[in-house]
Design a protein around this ligand. Structure first.
Ligand code: ADP
Ligand code: F6P
Length: 320
């Protein structure tokens, strides 16, 4: 093992830069060379690969986005394209690849592993939807951004006695909605992992009004439906002076939280320690505050991320 490659892929997340830095610095400190690959799997196939110097990693631990850029490159699902990627890695003398990304990016790393190229997946996505880890890099930042936005919306909802439906990201997962909703003291949290009854939610608003609470905050995961559609459904059940807000990509950028940076340091360094021990073909993560490494093929084929749905009941017990 002499040379490792690093790429960031799929939806970016705050803390990806901290992960690039941790992987590259840990590799260099272990006597390895680190190569950056720009634009995810697209750049890999095109050979957009360069040697990372330690100075380039200065001042990026706190920067949102990714200095290696990212891309959606559906062509990488084709075997022929994957083999072209491996040719490029071999051309640059790269012995192992560390992929920072979400579920889709992990599938790319899994395919490379199946073709015999040693790859490790580091979980980097705001969605927190990857099997084999309790938390992904960027999730905590996204939750904090969403919570702050919800606090602001709550202020104006209170002033104007309004009902707000706020849509947060997460693709098919309700994790951001659950955490930000709990943190902001939402009246209702609606996620794809759990049934909901819009008539009951409407009744909840009316009951609150009777009991003296005349503003209402609904946090909606995008995997259920859009805020606009949800508001339209809700309005069929009463006159709520409702508003729909979509937080969208604001959740993906900005300064990573300390928690995301430390997670990036831990996972980035762990990836290198594993490679130095001759291990690979792994999905790494953190479970019960312990670093864990699992076979990437088994992880993707046989396991699913489990959203902590107990946060829904918790929120119900502590709300108005
Ligand atoms: P994320 O990694 O955030 O889930 P995507 O689902 O867009 O984002 O996946 C990122 C990239 O990973 C895709 O654009 C593609 O290049 C690659 N990818 C996704 N699915 C597969 C697959 N089944 N096989 C190989 N590569 C894949
Ligand atoms: O996977 C991250 C994510 O932000 C999801 O939460 C969201 O569904 C999707 O990416 C948005 O993708 P795009 O940036 O391509 O609009």
């Amino acid at each position: 093992m002499k040379r490792i490659g690093i790429l960031t892929s799929g939806g970016d997340s705050s803390g990806m830069n901290a992960a690039v830095r941790a992987i590259a610095r840990s590799a260099m400190n272990a006597g390895l060379e680190a190569y950056g690959i720009n634009y995810g799997y697209k750049g890999l196939v095109e050979g957009n690969i360069f040697k990372l110097e330690t100075k380039e990693l200065d001042g990026i631990i706190n920067r949102g986005g990714t200095i290696l850029y990212s891309a959606r490159f559906p062509e990488f699902a084709q075997e022929e394209t994957q083999l072209k990627g491996i040719e490029q890695l071999k051309k640059f003398g790269i012995d192992a690849l560390v992929v920072i990304g979400g579920d889709g990016s992990y599938h790319g790393a899994e395919k490379l592993t199946k073709h015999g190229f040693n790859s490790i997946g580091v979980p980097g996505t705001i969605d927190n939807d990857i099997p084999g880890t309790d938390f992904t890099i960027g999730f905590d930042t996204a939750v904090n951004v969403a919570t702050e936005a919800l606090d602001r919306i709550n202020d104006t909802a209170t002033s104007h006695q309004r009902t707000f439906v706020v849509e947060v990201m997460g693709r098919g997962a309700g994790d951001i909605a659950l955490w930000a909703g709990n943190a902001a003291g939402a009246d209702e949290i609606v996620i794809p992992e759990h049934d909901y009854d819009i008539a009951k939610i409407a009744q909840h608003i009316k009951d609150n009004e009777k009991n003296g609470k005349d503003h209402f905050l609904i946090v909606l995961a995008e995997g259920v439906m859009s805020a606009q559609d949800f508001k339209a459904e809700l309005d069929k059940h009463g006159d709520f002076d409702s508003r729909a807000v979509t937080l969208a990509h604001v959740q993906r950028g900005g300064t990573p939280t300390a928690k995301d940076r430390v997670l990036a340091n831990k996972l980035g360094d762990y990836a290198i320690q594993l490679l130095m021990q001759g291990k690979g073909g792994l999905a790494i993560g953190i479970h019960n505050n312990q670093l864990e490494a699992h076979d990437i093929i088994d992880t993707l084929e046989n396991h699913k991320h489990e959203t902590d749905v107990s946060l829904l009941d918790l929120n119900d017990r502590v709300r108005f």
